[in-house]
Write a protein that binds this ligand. Structure first.
Ligand SMILES: [Zn+2]
Length: 401
């Protein structure tokens, strides 16, 4: 079954937004307006009422005779659909004191349960909630994909379930899960922190977290990770394959060890994002074992002269490009390796964030990633990770995940 949020025209996931609609009798200049939820595709503009249209038309027919000519007013949606009352509270969760939109439980596909307990109602949080846990020595935040994450306490998951991250960059968790999360006196201080970052619903929940928990098809349920977690796993696979094929270690330190310490960028904040390039550069470029690469290339028929240009040794990325060409036998090595050159340039920009030349050099990085100069720092970071994933995917033979 196709996911109901998927746009029937272009296949992109749609958003849910409330918009005013007028139901009127133009002849007698009377009627009413009501705010109703729509599925809206931001990709192609397709839109569709979440609720059945005939219910509105039936209501209009019943309502109009009782309205005086010339009269026009706003009608609360709950008069037409009694369950869609924005002030309704799920009483059993009141002690948590979170704000949420109870209607989300009914209008977001896959959440409603017959017993109507509101368990699967999304509660939204600002991402700044994670900064405390990411900065604290006893806690860490791990992003399992660009749209899901978990908080760890001394290496153990702090909660059974993590967070979803929606397309507006907000975090969310289910109301019922939060109830379980904050059982116990020792959780009081955490609850306060969560309450302080609690923000109103924007009705947006499209994320790996939501789709895998509320699947409408096997492809919804089983999604590959798409962020650094996947990148580290692929790099690891690549190293293992290279070892099997050529009998050498391509990196100095195992990527599994390094990724333990990786701090992913959380907010749209330049310093944080550029700091992550320092780590990625360390793992993927500085970590290259040049000696093993040279030895392998010599066995492939290259000579010491091939490792030099203008009397100097070529850099590790150029060497890696030779490895792609002559050891892995891939032809478009310069194109394949290009995201690593961009990473290297971004790493160098880290020390020059306030230089006058920064903008120009940064734009050149964006250009090579296929991004416009207006792309945000977080866009650049995500795009780079996606490109690096594709790079290692293209280098490994093993395709089953
Ligand atoms: Zn569309």
């Amino acid at each position: 079954m196709k996911h109901p949020l998927k746009c029937p025209t272009c296949g992109d996931y749609r958003y849910i937004e409330y918009e005013g609609v007028r139901f009127e009798d133009p002849e007698n200049k009377k009627g009413f307006g009501v705010k109703i939820p729509f599925f809206i595709c931001k990709q192609c503009g397709q839109r569709e009422s979440v609720l059945p249209r005939d219910r509105f038309l039936k209501f209009k027919d019943e309502m109009l005779p009782s309205i005086k000519d010339g009269e026009f007013f706003d009608m609360p949606l709950k008069y037409i659909f009694s369950k869609l009352d924005p002030d309704k509270r799920y009483k059993q969760f009141d002690h948590l004191e979170f704000q949420y939109d109870p209607r989300d439980h009914y209008i977001i596909p896959g959440l409603y349960r017959e017993w109507d307990d509101g368990y699967l109602t999304p509660v939204f949080f600002d991402k700044d909630l994670l900064l405390y846990y990411n900065g604290h020595p006893d806690y860490s935040v791990k992003f399992t994909s660009f749209s899901s994450c978990t908080i760890y306490h001394k290496g153990e998951r702090m909660f059974e379930w993590g967070f979803g991250i929606n397309r507006y960059g907000k975090l969310f968790k289910w109301l019922g899960d939060l109830d379980r999360d904050f059982e116990g006196e020792e959780m009081k201080s955490h609850l306060k922190r969560f309450q302080a970052s609690n923000v109103p619903s924007d009705h947006e929940i499209v994320s790996k977290f939501y789709l895998s928990q509320n699947p409408f098809s096997p492809s919804d349920a089983f999604q590959d990770s798409d962020n650094e977690t996947r990148l580290f796993a692929l790099k690891n696979d690549f190293n293992i394959e290279a070892k099997q094929k050529f009998g050498v270690e391509l990196t100095k330190v195992s990527i599994e060890q390094l990724s333990e310490y990786y701090k992913p960028p959380i907010m749209e904040e330049r310093e944080q994002i550029f700091a992550s390039y320092l780590s990625l550069n360390k793992y993927f470029i500085e970590n290259l074992q040049e000696q093993s690469i040279r030895e392998t290339l010599l066995k492939c028929g290259l000579t010491e002269k091939d490792f030099q240009k203008d009397g100097k040794q070529i850099g590790s990325l150029k060497l890696f490009a030779l490895f792609i060409r002559h050891a892995l036998k891939k032809e478009n090595e310069d194109e394949i390796v290009s995201p690593l050159f961009v990473l290297n340039d971004l790493r160098q920009l880290h020390g020059h964030l306030s230089d006058t030349s920064f903008e120009k050099r940064y734009n050149y990085c964006k250009e090579r990633l296929g991004l416009s100069p207006t792309a945000t720092d977080l866009d650049v970071s995500k795009n780079l990770v996606t490109r690096l994933i594709l790079l290692y995917q293209s280098l490994i033979d093993k395709k089953d995940d």
